[in-house]
Design a protein around this ligand. Structure first.
Ligand SMILES: [Zn+2]
Length: 179
């Protein structure tokens, strides 16, 4: 199952998987265009790969801005514009036990899913936040339970090696000054 099919819930999943969001965020523009070309399910639903690239840019901007905790007002404005856009396009789909909000357009529905999953967007940088950034290389990473800080063992090692060197250096500096 491809990232796009899962991001746009074309496989009938109920919850948005943070691993899927992260794999989309970490893709380059070329990779996204390639995914679009290869996905048979996405093409009839999303008019062009440009729409998808635009969505990718906007989502990255939103995630990055929230992560940096800067311009949060701008993000709020942006998201409320999105909500207004989908306002007349959202319907309530009553399927037995599940009542789901659905937007007609897949990209709007993806926004809706992202916005209604508060731990994806807004959870504090603690355990509850589902999407985080590698503290060494800056790549987006998903975490389900633990407080993952690095995308790979390699990044963890690099980070701690530098930290170790730094603390050794500061000990040395200290000795120098106290002598
Ligand atoms: Zn990393």
């Amino acid at each position: 199952m491809g990232t796009l099919d899962r991001l746009f819930k074309l496989d009938d999943q109920v919850e948005l998987d943070p691993y899927v969001v992260v794999s989309f965020l970490n893709s380059s523009e070329d990779e996204i265009r390639d995914m679009y070309e290869r996905s048979t399910k996405i093409k009839p639903k999303i008019a062009s790969s440009d729409d998808l690239v635009q969505f990718h840019k906007e989502l990255k901007w939103v995630m990055e801005t929230i992560w940096q905790k800067e311009n949060l007002k701008k993000v709020e404005e942006f998201l409320s514009t999105k909500l207004n856009e989908m306002h007349h396009k959202v319907s309530i789909d009553d399927e037995g036990l599940f009542t789901q909000l659905r937007a007609d357009e897949p990209i709007l529905e993806a926004w809706l899913n992202i916005m209604t999953d508060s731990n994806l967007l807004y959870g504090s940088n603690s355990e509850r936040k589902k999407v985080s950034k590698c503290e060494w290389c800056g790549k987006w990473l998903a975490r389900k339970r633990s407080t993952r800080r690095f995308c790979s063992n390699q990044c963890r090692n690099m980070y701690y090696n530098i930290e170790k060197r730094k603390s050794r250096k500061s000990v040395k500096d200290k000795n120098f000054f106290t002598l």
